[in-house]
Design a protein around this ligand. Structure first.
Ligand SMILES: Nc1ncnc2c1ncn2[C@@H]1O[C@H](COP(=O)(O)OP(=O)(O)O)[C@@H](O)[C@H]1O
Ligand SMILES: [Mg+2]
Length: 269
């Protein structure tokens, strides 16, 4: 018998009440994610990606179905999950160091005795912010703020990382730098990640599997692609691999077909 999946999303559905009546956004979304897997969730703008992710975060309740993480049903937010949103949600009156320390302190009682000591400085160094601990968030660029957000998420040592388009507001160069930082951190920790993105190349660089969502209304899992490039990965290696173009084409074809059938315009970076 196969071991149970680490994350089980079963027949998830979400209907929002709107002035013009109930709107079925997600219906029968079912997905299993293995421990240590990096999954990218990709689909058109407005299809319901953030809705699914916010239910995983425990910030939103499903109308039908549910989510089980490591055998426990999600019924609210918790420090077992690290989250990163589009824009960094740092506490503005605390320094960079204090923002990350808050996360470390939240889980200090959970850490087994004798475990390797973790320090704020270590996490800051891992995201390329060594020496920046005394600065306030407003003194940092958007990309640096997002680095703090990633450091904070990893400092929770979460079982699951949930990232909702964390790099989509950054310029192309900064986005690539942060993708590399995230990839290195993930390769060193192999935490389970579910990341929403609408950037095909980002998904191909980072993911073990790309889960393509249909356009909705009543969006569900439309197609799942295995991304089997050897790790550690580099952009240079990927772009000379014929499999890269085949997969890229499969994603774009799916999205184009969904755009024709769906109600939302094609929106790709
Ligand atoms: N609280 C809400 N009430 C009503 N409609 C909502 C609410 N949140 C999201 N929606 C609608 O649900 C759809 C999916 O939204 P979302 O999950 O944010 O999509 P995505 O992240 O894929 O862009 C959108 O049409 C959005 O307008
Ligand atoms: Mg969204």
């Amino acid at each position: 018998m196969l071991p149970p999946a680490f994350v089980e999303i079963a027949q998830l559905g979400k209907t929002y009440e709107t002035p013009s009546g109930p709107a079925v956004i997600v219906r029968d979304f079912t997905l299993e994610v293995a421990q240590g897997e990096f999954v990218c969730l990709l689909g058109h703008s407005g299809c319901g990606k953030s809705t699914v992710l916010s239910i995983l975060m425990g910030l939103n309740t499903p109308t039908t179905g549910g989510v089980v993480i490591a055998g426990r049903e999600v019924d609210g937010p918790g420090t077992d999950r690290g989250v990163v949103f589009q824009a960094a949600t740092l506490l503005p009156w605390l320094t960079v160091r204090e923002n990350v320390r808050l996360a470390l302190d939240q889980v200090s009682s959970r850490r087994p005795r004798g475990g390797a000591p973790r320090s704020v400085e270590m996490y800051l160094e891992q995201v390329g912010l060594a020496g920046q601990g005394d600065r306030l968030p407003r003194e940092l660029s958007a990309g640096m703020q997002q680095r703090v957000g990633i450091a904070r998420a990893f400092a929770l040592e979460p079982r699951l990382l949930l990232l909702d388009e964390p790099f989509s507001l950054l310029d192309a160069l900064t986005r690539m730098e942060l993708q590399d930082t995230l990839m290195r951190l993930w390769e060193g920790s192999r935490r389970t990640v579910i990341m929403v993105t609408h950037d095909v190349d980002e998904a191909l660089l980072l993911a073990d599997r790309i889960v393509l969502m249909t356009s909705g209304p009543a969006a569900a899992v439309g197609k799942i692609l295995d991304v089997r490039f050897a790790r550690p990965r580099s952009r240079d290696d990927l772009v000379v691999d014929p499999e890269y173009f085949w997969l890229r084409d499969a994603v774009l074809t799916f999205l184009e077909e969904e755009a024709q059938g769906g109600s939302e315009p094609l929106c790709l970076i």
